[in-house]
Design a protein around this ligand. Sequence first.
Ligand SMILES: C[S@@+](CC[C@H](N)C(=O)[O-])C[C@H]1O[C@@H](n2cnc3c(N)ncnc32)[C@H](O)[C@@H]1O
Length: 220
Amino acid sequence: MAYNPRDKWFLKAKEENFAARSVYKLEDIDRRYKILKPGMKVLDLGAAPGSWSQYASRVLGEKGRIVGIDLNTVEVDLPNAVFLVADVRAVDMGALMLKAGVSPPFDVVMSDMAPLTTGIKLQDQERSFELCMFALAAADRFLKSGGTFIAKLFNSQETDVFRAELRTRFKRVEMVKPPATRSESRERFFVGLGFMGGAKAAKTARTATVDVAEESPPPG
Ligand SMILES: C[S@@+](CC[C@H](N)C(=O)[O-])C[C@H]1O[C@@H](n2cnc3c(N)ncnc32)[C@H](O)[C@@H]1O
């Protein structure tokens, strides 16, 4: 079927005031695994334009907290979220959060990060895998014991490598292709449930620093 950028998910997102159709991927994952709950603290990697944070914000309520990080500015304004502009591959996320006044650990670390696609399949897959490994390094550092991890990966030969990495850290690992993912898309979502601790934190954590811009005041 021909690619239609204004498909039913796009129109539904517009109607329901979500910043992107991606929201229905998170909604599907959340419905399957009952991940988000009122009062939770969530780290949203690749947060722009903001629909995952919008969804989480509604579920978490006023006692919940979201920290969103993206290369791009998030324009949505949410009372329980702070958005930071940074490259997760180059920033010390711990220092970044400290500067923004938010403190780990998080109940959920979720990543919808995607590289700018080049059309060169192998390169795009490698970059997607790299982003997933940075998201996993963030989970190693900042996820609570028992917490949940969600990450988008372009399906490739690295899929099994990533699954194996997750299995060393989570009690249960699932892979999902939500209905809002286009049928021709290679994207898959990994869900890690029951974090068993940051055994590999030292190996994967990054400490490089870059200047960051804060877009909104910290939620406390
Ligand atoms: C599919 S979009 C995320 C959509 C978002 N979940 C939403 O619902 O609105 C992917 C995002 O990943 C971000 N991204 C890609 N590489 C990144 C990096 N190295 N550091 C931070 N964000 C990155 C992109 O800027 C882009 O906004």
